[in-house]
Write a protein that binds this ligand. Structure first.
Ligand SMILES: Nc1ncnc2c1ncn2[C@@H]1O[C@H](COP(=O)(O)OP(=O)(O)O)[C@@H](O)[C@H]1O
Ligand SMILES: [Mg+2]
Length: 344
C-alpha cells in the first residue's frame, strides 16, 4: 500500500480515506472510503447535500481536522512544487511539512471569510505575514505583493484597502481578501469549500467569475466544493458526487450533466432550479431525507430514497464501483443512463 506512488500526472490523490467521529451516541463515519484525484491545473467539483462529508474530507487534506476526528485509514498523497511526493495522511497537523504546505502550496477558502481572516490585523498585514512566512522577501516587497494580490482579485481601491481591517469591508470584498490571502504564495492547489454559498446571487456570480479567471491566469488546480449543482457546471472540469461519506459517481462535467449513471446524481440534477428566460421552476427535492449518520442504511446507503432500488440486492450488499469505458464511475448495482429531462 505505502509503496503506491502518485500517478505521474496527478497532483493529489486520495485513496480509500476514512474519517470517523467516535461520539457517545455511536460512530459517525463522516468519510467512508473516499477516493479521488486532482491533476495539475484542473478544477474538480465536489457536490453533495449537506452532511455528505465534503468538508471533513477537505480538512483532512489540510490536516486541519477537529480534535475528535479519528483518521481510520487510507492515504492522501500530494506532489510538491519540487516534484517530491508527500504522504499527507502520515503527517500531523503541526508537522513541519504541513506548515510548509498550508498557505504556500495548498491554499484554502471558505464560506465564511472570517474563518480565514483575523479581525485584529489589517488585510495587508495578514497577506504580508503569509508571504514572509514562506518567502525570503523584505517587508516592502511583501507589501507590494499584497497590493498586487488585491489588485488581481479586483478589489476596489487596493492601496486603501491594504490598510483596512476586515470589518471595514463588505461581504463580497472580504471574500476577495480571503482569496488574495489564499493565493499569496501561488499555491498549486486551491481548496474552495462553498466559497459562494453565503453570498447573494449577483456577488456569487462575480466571485465565481473571478475564481475562474484566476484559475486560467495562474493555472492552479482547484477542488471546488458545493451543495449547489448549478455552480459546478460553470467552473468544474470533472465532478465527484458525494453521498453519506462516499463518492457515488465521478466523471467529466459533461458526463455528469448529460449522462449521469447514479440515481442520486440524477435526482440532484432534477432538483436544480432552471434559470434563464422562464421563471425558475419550483425546486424539486429528492424524496426522503438524508438518513441519520449514526444509522447509515445497509447495502447501498441511497437505497431508501432510490426509485430504482431492487429489494434483496440494494438493501443487502454494498454496490461495487462500476467503471465505464470513458472512465466515468458509478457506485451502483444498476447504473444506467436516464434522460434527466425525460424523467420530469
Ligand atoms: N466535529 C465533528 N464532530 C462530530 N461529527 C462531525 C464533526 N464534523 C462533522 N461531523 C459529521 O460528519 C459528517 C460530514 O460532515 P461535513 O463534512 O461537514 O459535511 P458537508 O461538508 O458535506 O456538509 C456529518 O454527519 C457531520 O455531522
Ligand atoms: Mg461543508
Amino acid at each position: 500500500m505505502t509503496n503506491n506512488k502518485l500517478a505521474p500526472d496527478h497532483l493529489l490523490e486520495l485513496d480509500n480515506v476514512n474519517v470517523h467521529f467516535p461520539l457517545r451516541e455511536g460512530v459517525v463515519k463522516a468519510v467512508n472510503g473516499v477516493s479521488y484525484h486532482v491533476k495539475p491545473g484542473e478544477v474538480l467539483g465536489i457536490v453533495g447535500e449537506s452532511g455528505s462529508g465534503k468538508s471533513v474530507t477537505a480538512r483532512s487534506i489540510m490536516r486541519l481536522q477537529p480534535k475528535q476526528a479519528l483518521n481510520a485509514g487510507g492515504t492522501i498523497r500530494f506532489r510538491r512544487r519540487s516534484g517530491e511526493e508527500v504522504l499527507i495522511s502520515a503527517e500531523d497537523r503541526q508537522s513541519r511539512t504541513m506548515r510548509d504546505l498550508r498557505g504556500n502550496e495548498i491554499g484554502m477558502i471558505f464560506q465564511e471569510p472570517m474563518t480565514a481572516l483575523s479581525p485584529v490585523h489589517t488585510i495587508g498585514t495578514q497577506i504580508m505575514r503569509t508571504v514572509m512566512l514562506h518567502r525570503k522577501v523584505s517587508k516592502q516587497d511583501a507589501r507590494a505583493r499584497a497590493i498586487e494580490l488585491l489588485t488581481r482579485v479586483q478589489m476596489p481601491r487596493p492601496h486603501d484597502i491594504v490598510d483596512r481591517y476586515p470589518h471595514h469591508l463588505s461581504g463580497g470584498m472580504r471574500q476577495r481578501a480571503m482569496i488574495a490571502l489564499a493565493l499569496a504564495c501561488d499555491p498549486t492547489l486551491l481548496i474552495a469549500d462553498e466559497p459562494t454559498t453565503a453570498l447573494d446571487v449577483t456577488t456569487e456570480a462575480q466571485i465565481l467569475h473571478l475564481l475562474k479567471s484566476l484559475q486560467q491566469e495562474l493555472g492552479m488546480a482547484i477542488i471546488f466544493i458545493t451543495h449547489n449543482f448549478g455552480v459546478v457546471a460553470d467552473i468544474a472540469d470533472r465532478v465527484a458526487v458525494m453521498y453519506l461519506g462516499r463518492v457515488v459517481e465521478t466523471g467529466t462535467v459533461d458526463e455528469i450533466f448529460y449522462a449521469p449513471k447514479h440515481a442520486y446524481t440524477q435526482a440532484l440534477l432534477r432538483s436544480i432550479p432552471r434559470l434563464g428566460g422562464q421563471k425558475a421552476r419550483r425546486l424539486k427535492t429528492i424524496s426522503g431525507s438524508v438518513p441519520d449518520p449514526f444509522n447509515v442504511p445497509q447495502g447501498c446507503s441511497f437505497h431508501p430514497r432510490c426509485m430504482r432500488a431492487v429489494a434483496g440486492i440494494c438493501n443487502g450488499e454494498e454496490p461495487p464501483e462500476v467503471i465505464f469505458e470513458t472512465g466515468q464511475m458509478a457506485r451502483c448495482h444498476f447504473p444506467r443512463d436516464i434522460r434527466v429531462e425525460a424523467a420530469e
